[in-house]
Design a protein around this ligand. Sequence first.
Ligand SMILES: [Zn+2]
Length: 79
Amino acid sequence: MATKSTSLECLRCGGRMSEGFLLDEGVGSSRRITAWVGGEPQFNWLGITKLGEKPQMRVEAHRCRKCGWLDLFAPTRQW
Ligand SMILES: [Zn+2]
């Protein structure tokens, strides 16, 4: 399993990785950072995702400066 320390070098080309995050551009001015959510997705009658007690973790995205490859990580710390 990949860890944050291995993300410093691209698995495809060996280039250097830059740390960042994935932006979820919602409706209007809504801007959120993509999260990892444990378990199967469930929706309410409006089609909105129900989160309940599901674990949520911020997703870190590391991008290769050379080839653009993305590595995604969800560190154990929560929101
Ligand atoms: Zn690369």
